[in-house]
Design a protein around this ligand. Structure first.
Ligand code: ZN
Length: 278
């Protein structure tokens, strides 16, 4: 398969929209990737105008056609990367989901094969020297800074090519504001505004999708920014590759397939008519 050739970008050719995106990419409260404050991201945006990120060199590697029931790829378990169990006293994801607690930890009532239509790509922004330390830092930031019960993503892809298990697919993620329910979060480790996707990381993303796409029956691959335009996530170097990656797996790029699943409803009030509930 041909190498992906992302569009060339030159600072003098940045569109008005790109300039505004750089200047106003505050992303405060938007999603899991915006770990810097508004001031920090403003500086990042200006810096990108002067020094646009290096263009990615990754290519899409041909893989065997997916089978109907492919085996999952090797995953680094939560225990192996040093993950903590969920904190169900978390401030912004308290307790368990229900009619009176829509923000709680939500275990889907449907099987995962009937839950997801869209996979959402992210980058972690932060990187702490190696994949394992970065995994622990992401979980710490999501629990302590964001106030969520657990790491927000379902899967993470290390620079080494290792695949890391996040929260279970049976549980709603916290990674894309307003669209968490029914979307699966996949995060590439690193700041992909400044760093390129490594060859091992790019290959691992495709190994993961080669399992997830047929297993879950998803139809779309979106970037975080597709859903929340105020964020730069998953970074210019991943955004440049996302559409080609989607098409390589027969997926539609973007948010067009997102279907918000049904929400829980309160139990019907019992009407005691003649002494018998109706
Ligand atoms: Zn993101």
């Amino acid at each position: 398969m041909r190498p992906v050739r992302p569009p060339h970008r030159h600072p003098s050719r940045l569109s008005r929209r790109q300039v505004l995106t750089g200047l106003f990419a505050a992303g405060v409260g938007a999603g899991a990737c915006s770990l810097l404050g508004a001031g920090g991201l403003l500086l990042v945006g200006l810096d990108r105008l002067r020094h646009p990120p290096a263009q990615p060199t990754a290519t899409i590697t041909p893989l065997p056609p997916p089978t109907l029931t492919p085996a999952p790829p090797p995953l680094i378990s939560r225990e192996a990367w040093g993950g903590l169990p969920p904190d169900h006293n978390a401030a912004n994801e308290p307790g368990f989901y229900g009619p009176d607690n829509p923000e709680g930890w939500r275990e889907y009532a449907t099987p995962v094969t009937a839950t997801y239509q869209t996979i959402v790509l992210h980058h972690s922004v932060i990187y702490r020297g190696n994949d394992y330390a970065t995994m622990q830092e992401i979980q710490r930031a999501h629990r302590q800074t964001r106030g969520w019960a657990d790491v927000g993503y379902h899967f993470m892809v290390g620079k080494s090519g290792d695949l890391f298990a996040g929260r279970p697919m049976t549980v709603r993620g916290t990674h894309v504001e307003g669209y968490n329910t029914g979307s699966l979060g996949v995060c590439l480790l690193g700041n992909l505004n400044q760093e390129t996707v490594t060859d091992a990381q790019w290959n691992a993303v495709q190994v993961l999708l080669n399992w997830l796409v047929p297993y879950l029956g998803v139809s779309c691959l979106a970037t975080h920014r597709d859903f929340n335009p105020q964020t730069e996530c998953p970074g210019a170097n991943a955004i440049a590759l996302a559409a080609a990656l989607a098409r390589a797996f027969g997926l539609t790029p973007g948010t067009g397939c997102y279907l918000p699943p049904a929400t829980a409803t309160a139990a019907p009030a019992l009407c005691t008519c003649g002494g018998h509930p109706v």
